[in-house]
Ligand binder design. Sequence first.
Ligand code: C2E
Ligand code: CA
Ligand code: CA
Length: 868
Amino acid sequence: MKQAWKWYIVLGAILGVVYAIVPLPTTKLVVWPLLAWSSVVAIVVGVRRNRPAARPPWYFLAAGVATFATGDNLYSFRSYVLHNDIPFPSYVDLVYLAVYPLLVVGLVQMVRRRSGGRDRTSMIDAAIVTVSVGLISWVFLIAPYVRIADLGVAERVFSIAYPVGDIALLAIAVRLAVGGGRRPLAFWLLTGSIVALLAADALYGHLNLTGAWHEHNIVDVGWIAFYVGWGAAALHPSMTQLTVATPVRRSVNARRLVVVGSTVLIPPVALFVDQSVGSVDNGAAIAVASVVTMVLVMIRVAGLARDVADGRSETRFETLLDNASDAILVVSAIGVVQYHTPSSERVLGGAPGTLDGRPLAARLLPDDAEQLQLLLTGSMGPATVEWRVRHGDNEWRDLEIIAADMRGVDGVDGFVLTMRDITERKQLDGELRRRALHDDLTSLPNRALFLDRVGHALSRGHRDGDSIGVLFLDLDDFKLVNDRLGHAGGDEMLIAVAARLTTMIRPGDTIARFGGDEFAILVEDVDIGSRIEQVADRVLEALHEPLEIGDEPVLARGSIGIAVGASDTHNPDDLLRDADAAMYVAKRSGKDRYVLFASAMHDEAERRRVVAAELRGAIDRNELVVFYQPIVEVHSGITRGAEALVRWEHPQRGMVLPDDFIPIAETNGVIIPLGQWVLGEACSEVQRWKQAGIVDESFYVTVNLSARHLQDPRVVEHVVAALRQSGLPAAALVLEVTETALIEDLDKTRATLGSLKKLGLRLAIDDFGTGYSSLSYLSAFPLDVIKIDKSFIDQLALTTGGPAMVRAVVELAQALGLQAVAEGVEEREQADALELLGCHLAQGFLFARPMRAGEMERRLSGDRVPSR
Ligand code: C2E
Ligand code: CA
Ligand code: CA
């Protein structure tokens, strides 16, 4: 039945041929009605079968065709059956004229439904064509009737009504042709039949006017085509699409412009024709038509210019979308991707072409997919969210999504998701956060993060009733390593230590680096004193394993302070301070060990603060005293020199020994004026002895120079001032520096020592054997004296090993041309052993304790008597 329209055309063709063959009047009375009414039947059948969404337009058209057929029937009936001479106009003309409004209404309804919106452009185009063609109609069909002088009013009106009706039909047909909408075969059948009708009417009008009209002629072909074409159009299945709306497309259609544009030429051509057939009869009408078409063309051109601009911006917009780095997707209410920009595939990853028509959730993590669901159900509102999408096989990327609900918005109708890849931004963000909380060198947590973790651990412990422990580790003599291996080597060592420490803590524990050579370890759920001490032991042990730095095995040592606390008694800062204090005690008790914090250490810390404050005024208040300890020639017992050792006669605490305030003075800088004062005092005292003749010229005094003072740029100046003010010969002064002080800053120290030596004094290395024992230093500095530390002397009593070590040191000193002085000799045996080993000078309790200047003076006076 789909072919019904074809069979109908075949039937129409056959009837047309029959109509042509069969003579009048039979053909007009039998064949013609068959043709005419078959069209009406075809339209009704077509509407029934094809079920267009909109039926009214078709019923109006059917009514129009039926009216037309009725008119034909009445006319033929009157002419051939009643043999009436039909007057003009008659009621039959009324029937005929009724056809126009019916067809026009039907067609207008069709046009309305076809164009999705108001299509102004098509209306103007249709108007231009209509006016131009209407002009022709006026010139050749209408005006002649207007001018015929003997025509009655009714005759004149009806004569004009036909061409006017045709023009109206023409206008709507043109509008149909130039407007939007689909153009299936049914469309062409319909417009073709209208054209056929108009052509036949025009020809009929013309022939009638010239008196050449007669029944049953070629003009009938046009009307037959009209009837058959209309019926076939309704029967064709595509007729349903004629009333389907399609959006207005704003494209510049070149073909249409040519057609519309050329109709503008009609008025001048008409003028030419009018003029060439004689006088110009239709000048006014041609002028009006020209003006109207011109105005319409101008409006049209203005619209065209805007369309072109719009078209451009639309193109620009499309280009923008195509090249946008952000992905823009439109997803339906059920989350299916309906549209996406080209960049979307890059942003979202996955194989090309796998986005459209697929659910977006398939690309997301379950949590994010859930969020998408919330978004689509509208329970989230307008939102900016962050999702992770599966990008490559194994790669996830972070996206920032801005979602906009645009359901019901023309041309979108969905959720617009703008997605931006923020993976890099997130990485940078993470890196910045990491940097804020981590140590750059070792990547361990830094102090800030450590304190935070301690805080959390304390509050966790509070709930569980557990204690937590903090280990504070300070590497021993790291400065030496740094100086020997260089800065890079030092860094390498810190990294190696960090790595080693990391391997031995439990996953839940935290290890941090505080900068320099300080590390801290947080140990949770500690049953006080057992596990934490095991951890400290393990740390010390781990450090004992040599570290490979460069090609060299380097030994690391550390001092650990441990503090244990709970949230009700401690805050993170307390714990760290306690651990720090305990670490300090560990250092002082000989390094390479751990010390558990005891509350007494708090007093110690407090005491240190008080001491530091009091010490500043102590010099001015004359609370400092220099004691002297004889340096004795072992075999003769003669005092050859004396070491100046400072004491603090504290008004409340009594005699304070230097170990209790020198380190404090070193840390707060008081050591400089203190050192200056001792230097001046010792030089003056010994010079007085010399001038008093108590001691000879060879008698010398040794003064301890702290590392801090040695680094001070004014140290040489201070020494020069002490010598000048006292008058002591430089040769009678020995400055004692420790190994640690020497290697502080090698080049600078060497230069300072050189300047001091130039003054004529001598230099001694103090506490030899306790610091970093690299013998190469001994030859690197302009030294004169080695003071062998008490720890070596103590070993002299041992049967094995001990004497050998001391002998080695003495031999070394001799090899380097240095004078060896033994410290801390308390036993006679030690003195004898030293004498045997070739160490001739010594100091110690065996000979004398450090004493006041006056006591020393008496002793020296006493010495002198027997020796001279
Ligand atoms: P030091 O330079 O090694 O001084 C020797 C220390 O050993 C002195 O302690 C002395 O009293 C002690 N001593 C001497 N013989 C014996 C002995 O037979 N047995 C024992 N057990 N000890 C002995 P002191 O006076 O308490 O001084 C301690 C440290 O303080 C000194 O060690 C020195 O490093 C520093 N010091 C003392 N006075 C000054 C000073 O004026 N300036 C600087 N910078 N440091 C000073
Ligand atoms: Ca000393
Ligand atoms: Ca010493």
